[in-house]
Design a protein around this ligand. Sequence first.
Ligand SMILES: [Zn+2]
Length: 412
Amino acid sequence: MADTKLWKIWVLDFNDEGELIFEKKVVKFDEKFLPVDIDEEHLAQDMSEYLILPTFADLHLHIPQWQFTGIGSGTLLNWLNTYTFPAEKLFEDKTIAYTTARSLLSKLLQTGTTAAVTFVSIHKSAVEEAFYAAKDLNFSLFAGKVLMDQNAPDFLLEDTYKAIEEAAELSEKFGRQHVITPRFAITCSEKLMEKAAFLARKYNLIIQTHMDENVDEIKTTESMYGKPYYKVYEETGLLTPNTLLAHCIHTPKQALETLAKYSSKIVHCPSSNMFLKSGLFNFKTSSNFTTVFIGSDIAGGPNPTMWHTLQQAVYVNKLISQSNEELEVSITELFKSATYKAFEFLGLNEGRIKENFKANFQLVDLRPFEIQLSTLEKLGKLTSQNVLQLLIMNYPLSNPKTFIKGHPLEKA
Ligand SMILES: [Zn+2]
């Protein structure tokens, strides 16, 4: 009990109805958030100059690509050959796999991300090392062995049956934390995709892959298979309610209707889409069909912080809605896709300032924003959305500190 904290503090979080609230209240926590009795409220430590808000879940990134994040240029297909594949080969070395995963996950924690769905490499041992690093750091990691059996360099190609066998072993060992990960249709045979879909169904696992990221990728896929991109995934059984499709920038209406039919989800990766010159994602139209989450897409996206990724999502949406205001999405909606909705999808009791949820949160010192906050108050505009926007658009000035299970994160 010695470690229990009772704070009177500003809270920016979603309520059970999914509405963003901004209010000063008393919160109590040890490793989890605890119920507060009315007769103990007066004992709370005054933290009125601070605010707490939930942590993020990053639903698309590649751990091996942390080795060259921010480096490189070009567009998707040549970038994969020049940077990504050689860096992924290095993950056959367990030590490199562990130290890279640990370095990236530490960085994510420092910038407020406490859960992620990630690609690793084709190496089973590298996936295991990523899970060990996550356990050491108290990070909620979902990760998958990348499946590829065609159209990649020989050093990253596997026999179809061996790839599936190892994915099955990882699924047995790590359960729902292991993600079924066919890279994308170009590097996977139909047989591999069918077997991957079967595994996901058997173990009730998340599936992650890429779709409609880049115009050349789409052309190559459609000429290889002689059908629309989404049909390749539909017919091999990869579209499920647990499927995460990264990007979907150029996805036509008919394909979006198919995603809606299967309740498959999209992960929007705004910084990556600009860095690799892939295109601008239409969040509003896509989210009319299905749920959209947010991903940093390290290292297509050069920056691992979700604060930065959300800023980029705001700018992409501004460009998309430039000539049609109906396509504008609120910053609250974008934030919800990176927090509340993402944690709900993952089935984790974190990502909310809520009783019995893990006491993971971000603490922000409001004093640097004294002028802006008092101005908002004078103008009668001190709303949850305005406070959220102030913090996101001013990152890293807002400088949040991450708390894990009730404790400030130590430098790892
Ligand atoms: Zn990706």
